[in-house]
Design a protein around this ligand. Sequence first.
Ligand code: DGT
Ligand code: CA
Ligand code: CA
Ligand code: ZN
Length: 573
Amino acid sequence: MNNAKIADVFDELADLLELKGENPFRIRAYRNGAKAVRELDESIASILADSSRKLEDVPGIGKTMAEKSQVLLDTGSLPQLEDLREAYPAGVLQMVRVPGLGAKKAAALHRELGVETLDQLRDACNRQQVRKLKGFGAKTEQTILEGLEIAQAANERLRWVEADRIVHALLEHMQALTGLEQIQPAGSYRRGRETVGDVDLLVVAQDRTAAMDHFEAFPGRADTIARGDTKVSIRVGESFQVDMRVVEAEQFGAALQYFTGSKEHNVRLRGIAKKRGLKINEYGVFKDDDEASIAGKTEAEVYEVLGMPCFPPEIREDRFEFGWAESGTLPELISIDQIRGDLHMHTTATDGQATIREMADAAIERGLGYIAITDHSKRVAMAGGLDAEALREQWKMIDQIRPEYEGRLQILKGIECDILENGEMDLDEAVLMEGDWIIASVHYGQKQSRQQLTDRICGALEHPAVSIVAHPTGRLINRRAAYDVDIEAVVQAAAQHGKCLELNANPARLDLNDLHLMLAKRHGVPIVISTDAHSTEGLDVMRHGIQQARRGGLTAADVANTRAWAEMDPRGR
Ligand code: DGT
Ligand code: CA
Ligand code: CA
Ligand code: ZN
C-alpha cells in the first residue's frame, strides 16, 4: 500500500459515508486525510515504521486516520470499507461522481429506483423514471444524461469530438479558479488527431497547489492516478486520462510547444536546435553553456529563435512541415470562414429531421451562400430513399421554394445516389442529369473485394451525371474499418474525369483521412468538405472537417466549396 492507494481508500470511504448520510464533519476529516496523505513527501509506511515518530503528528491526519493507515498497511483492507462496499455497489459510487449528481441524489436513486449501475441509470432517465422522484425534475434528468456521457466517455482512445466534450467541461470548471492566468490543452487534442489517447492540459496560475486542488475537484473525475509537484493525472469516466501541468508564465510557450508535440516533430526540432548550437526542452531554448533561456514565454518566440515558422498544430507530425518551412512554401491552411456552401445534407424526405426550409434557414444562420439537398436514393430503403418520381417531386418543391431565398441562399437540387453492388447507379442517368449536384456513395456490399469496390467507385466517377463520391472509404472511427478500396486509383479516376472527392465532416467519419487528402491535393483533385447533416445542428460539424483538412495540409484553393457556386457548378449552368 503506497500513499496514493491509502489516499484513494480514504476518498472512497468519504464517498461511501456520504452515500450513507454520515455526519459531514467525519466525511470532511476523511477527505482532508486523503489530501494530506496524497501530498506527503515521504511514505506512510516509513513514518509508521519509525518508532520515534507518530503519524497523527502529520497535519491533516488525525488519530483515526493514523490507525486506519496502520490496518491498511498490515492487512491491505479495512473491515468498515468492505461493509460499506456491500451496502453500496461500485456502480452507485460511480453515480456519485457523475457530473450533476452527487451523493444525496445517487443514494436516492439507489434507494428509490434500485439503480445500481450507470447503464441502469441511463435507462431510468430515458424511461423518464427519474423525474418522478422527489427533488428531481426533467431538467435534472437531462443533466444526468449529459453527465453520463462524460462519465462513461469510452475506454481507450476517444474520438476527437468526445475528448472535446471533456476538454470543454474541464475548461469551464477551471475558469472558476481564482488566480488562473493561462490554460491551454496541448497534445494530440490540440493537433486535432482523429482520436485522442489522453488530454494534456497546461496551466499558469498564481497558486500552484490551489490549481491542482481545483483540478482534482473536477466533478467528472473518477479518481486521481498520480499527483506530483507540478503535475496531476486524473481519470475521467471509465479510463480516460487527463494530465494537468502547472508551469511558470516565462516557460509557458516552451511547455506548450513541447507538450503539443508530436513526439516526432519535437525530435526533429531538437535536431534543428542542436545545429544552431541551441538546446530546447519544455522549459525553454538555451545556448549550450548559458543558464538563462533565450525564448520560452510564447510558442512563436520558441520557433522564431530556431529560425522556424510557428507551425499550425495540425501539421506538427514531421511529415512535410519542415520541408515546407525550408523551401518557404508553408501553406496557408484553410479556415472555417472560407467555407461558402455545404453540398451534402438530408431532410425529412428521407432520414433527416428537418425540412428543406429549416435546413435552408439554418444554413443562412451559419453564413452559407448555397446548399445542396441530397437525400438518399431508393436502394437505401431503410431510410425511405427516393425513386426517380419522388426525386423529381422534391426538385419541383425546390423550384417553388427558391424565390423565397432569392439573393440569400442558393438551394441546389441534389441526391445521394447509391452505387449498387453491381456497379450501376441506383437511379437512371436521365433523372440524375436533371439535378445540379449528384453525390455517389457506397452503402451496401462493403465486404466486396478490393477490385470490385475500386471498380464500383471509379465507375461512378466516370458516370457523366456524378459530381462527387461521398465518404470514399466508408470507415467509422473506432467502429468500422475502411472497406478495401484502392484509394490511389480512386484519386486518379477523379482527376481523369474532373470530379471532386468528399471530405465528410461528420466526426465519426472524417473520410477522406489526412493522408488521402494530401494524395488528392497532389493529383489536383478538388476536395469538397460536407457535413452530411441529418438535422439543422448537423450543419455544425463543418469545423471537424476543417480540422481534418488542415491536417491534410489543404488550403482554400484545394477545397471547392470555398468558391461561389457559379465557379464550381459541374454542369456550368
Ligand atoms: P496521445 O495522447 O497518444 O493521443 O498523443 P500525444 O501526442 O498527446 O502524446 P502524449 O500525451 O504521450 O504526450 C504529449 C506530448 O508530449 C507529445 O505529443 C510530445 C511530448 N512528448 C511526450 N513524450 C515525449 C518524448 O519522449 N520526447 C519528446 N521530444 N516529446 C515527448
Ligand atoms: Ca495526449
Ligand atoms: Ca499525456
Ligand atoms: Zn449522406
